[in-house]
Design a protein around this ligand. Structure first.
Ligand code: TYD
Length: 131
């Protein structure tokens, strides 16, 4: 359903740098990067699954939680470091919540935005899992 990934930090007296390269830290062909930020502490995002999309999620600032649900198992992952993240498979329901003040969640995806790839109804998600 998901994998923890961690990235090499290049740190000196000026601070730290993390580089993500396709085929090394990013285990798929990267087509899109987007950022989610300015989310209130009581707001919940996501609430969908993707039919085909694969993603890498990293909190590059602050922290948030991600609930992942493959229809059988549910796990909650805390994202709280710019040098650690998760890769998430397709057909996994996800909800992001408990965003800290100043949280910036970066998502790298293996395709451009296509609304037809989204399943935004949990019952439909469960039905499509059975196919
Ligand atoms: P939405 O999928 O609801 O965000 P989240 O999963 O974080 O809750 O997307 C919010 C809006 O942004 C929606 O109108 C679709 C649009 N959008 C794009 O135009 N491009 C993108 O890459 C993404 C992820 C969303």
């Amino acid at each position: 359903m998901y994998k923890n990934v961690s990235f090499k930090e290049i740190t000196d007296q000026r601070g730290s740098l993390v580089a993500l390269e396709q085929g090394i830290e990013i285990p798929f062909d990267m087509k899109r990067v987007y950022f989610i930020y300015g989310v209130g502490g009581d707001d919940r995002r996501g609430l969908h699954a993707h039919r085909n999309l694969k993603q890498l999620m990293v909190c590059v600032s602050g922290n948030c939680k991600v609930l992942l649900d493959d229809g059988g198992e549910k796990v909650v992952v805390s994202l709280n470091s710019p040098s650690k993240g998760i890769t998430v498979n397709s057909m996994v329901w996800r909800e992001m919540y408990d965003f800290s003040e100043g949280c910036v969640l970066m998502v790298v995806a293996d395709d451009i935005y296509r609304e037809c790839d989204y399943i935004r109804d949990y019952e439909l998600f469960q039905e499509e899992l059975k196919k």
